[in-house]
Design a protein. Structure first.
Length: 339
């Protein structure tokens, strides 16, 4: 368990805001016997990267909180293609020669988000996903089987943070984790801090496959649990169907992590998903600032791991639909209920 002054400092930035997440971590421990280092799970990346608590630019530097004509929106420039699309975004907002912040002030938050998403960017209006979607929805597609996690084979098809954190926790609970990456699309976290990547994947097996070759089906044939963070249609194009995987053998579990649910094709990363769920801080003027470091990512990873453990206690056979924005919103709903 990691304890030091830097992590204590980061934890102080979210003090009192994550009561539901604390309960999730405690429940995971009850189910598996594995203690959860909440400070480490939430802020290892910030500590290793030397990040400072964010304001209206995220701790990692890719996401911006923009004041709009009627509220606030987050636009995440997480990939080179997002930066290349900035001139097009400004043009769509009717201000091709203005900066993005100036362009955003001239229109509504919904329009900023619509235009950004049209260009394939991750974007969200503040608090837009504080609806009735549960953080995790369980759908039964297979028969129940044995219980527990010890000795199970977990295939981790996910990348970046939320899915790998889920797999890490399942590995600590006794599962055998195998990380599978595409030859054409390696995990983007490999290009970040190497020690952060190592901690997420320490002790896990590793495979690199040409997904288009059809080899993925063979890897999943003897898996008990799958963790993935892809759009459902992307895996279906490869001939991989969660429902068929679950129906093929009793007790299996499929954890599907998406930005807004399996029925919604919008992409999301940790900072913009947190904004969508209203999981933000406030400055001295009452204006929103980012909270933590891509906070929806580790929050979602913990929810997903707990969901897998709970499903296995029920005997499995379930597709677990985990929404990053809804996991973030669960923290803010609980806080509002006590105000």
């Amino acid at each position: 368990m990691i304890k030091n002054a830097a992590l204590d400092y980061w934890m102080a930035t979210v003090e009192g805001r994550l009561g539901p997440l604390t309960a999730v971590a405690e429940n995971f421990t009850t189910l598996t016997g594995v203690p959860v280092d909440l400070a480490g799970a939430l802020f290892e990346r910030a500590q290793l990267g030397g990040f400072h608590p964010p304001a209206r630019v995220s701790a990692g530097g890719s996401c911006r909180l923009l004041a709009t004509a009627d509220g606030w929106a987050a636009v995440n420039l997480a990939r080179p293609d997002d930066h290349a699309a900035l001139p097009a975004l400004r043009a769509l907002l009717g201000a091709p020669r203005a900066g993005l912040r100036t362009a955003a002030r001239r229109t509504s938050a919904a329009e900023v988000v619509r235009c950004a998403q049209m260009l394939g960017m991750a974007a969200a209006a503040l608090g837009s996903e504080r609806g009735d979607r549960a953080p995790v929805r369980a759908e039964r597609h297979g028969q129940p089987g044995s219980r527990g996690l010890a000795g199970l084979k977990v295939v981790d098809l996910s990348a970046l943070w939320a899915g790998p954190l889920c797999a890490r926790l399942l590995g600590l609970a006794g599962a055998r984790v195998v990380k599978v990456e595409s030859t054409t699309r390696p995990d983007g976290a490999r290009f970040g801090h190497p020690e952060f990547y190592r901690r997420l994947h320490d002790g896990h097996g590793s495979m690199v496959l040409d997904f288009a070759s059809g080899a993925l089906g063979g890897v999943l044939a003897d898996a008990d649990v799958v963790v993935e963070a892809s759009r459902p249609r992307a895996l279906r194009r490869l001939g991989v169907h969660a429902e068929e995987f679950l129906a093929a053998r009793p007790g299996r579990v499929w954890a599907s992590i998406t930005g807004y649910g399996r029925d919604d094709d919008r992409i999301a990363f940790g900072d913009d998903a947190a904004v969508a769920g209203g999981l933000i801080g406030r400055d001295r003027h009452g204006d929103p600032v980012f909270l933590g470091d891509a906070l929806a990512d580790p929050v979602t990873g913990l929810y997903a791991a707990r969901a897998v453990a709970r499903s296995r206690e029920r005997g499995g056979g379930e597709l677990l639909c985990v929404s990053m924005a809804a996991c973030a919103a669960a923290q803010t709903k609980a806080r509002a209920a006590t105000c």
